[in-house]
Design a protein around this ligand. Structure first.
Ligand code: ADP
Length: 165
């Protein structure tokens, strides 16, 4: 046995963070000593929120959980994992449709860093249809989404789309 802290990275776009993400990260803290939520910047992706906004909302969502820290990053998750001495990369799986892309990503990450394992957590049943894209659509078109995201995200979406109750 070693008393080394077991660190996991939970990477994603978090554009914006949803209760589905929060659930996965919190459940990951039951397995790991520390979970680093890594808000990615991918120059090939179009985000609704800026890097700073995504970081701020995600930090706010996890602010009461001492085992979770939130950082910005760009580049390869495999390199970030090495830099942070992480033992695992955490990803969430909703449906079979997530599987193929996640499988490919996990194999690539394994090829680039053999010291880190990808760990998949199944979504909680109530979040199975929840995605950041669905939230953005709902917010833009006056749908109901407020019970599916942290309060800071409701505030930021209302600002973005200039909608009030
Ligand atoms: P990415 O662009 O890296 O897919 P996302 O922010 O969309 O970033 O998702 C980050 C991770 O969280 C992914 O592993 C995704 O499958 C998972 N995830 C997103 N929404 C949910 C949800 N409702 N339940 C479980 N996992 C989810």
């Amino acid at each position: 046995m070693t008393d080394k802290k077991r660190i996991a990275i939970y990477p994603g776009s978090f554009d914006p963070v949803t209760n589905g993400h929060v659930d996965i990260a919190q459940r990951a803290t039951n397995i790991f000593d520390q979970v680093i939520v890594a808000v990615s910047h991918n120059p090939n992706k179009d985000y609704l929120f800026t890097d700073e906004e995504r970081l701020m909302m995600t930090r706010e969502a996890f602010r009461d959980n001492g085992k979770i820290s939130v950082i910005n990053f760009s580049g390869l998750v495999a390199n970030l994992a090495r830099e942070k001495n992480a033992v695992a990369i955490v990803r969430g799986l909703r449906a079979v449709s997530d599987f193929e892309a996640e499988f490919q990503l996990a194999l690539m990450n394994r090829k680039m860093n053999r010291d880190v394992e990808t760990v998949f957590l199944m979504t909680s049943f109530r979040y199975v249809y929840l995605s950041s894209s669905i939230i953005k659509d709902a917010a833009q078109h006056h749908g109901k989404y407020e019970d599916l995201v942290p309060p800071i995200v409701i505030k930021m979406l209302k600002q973005k789309y200039q909608t009030q109750d």
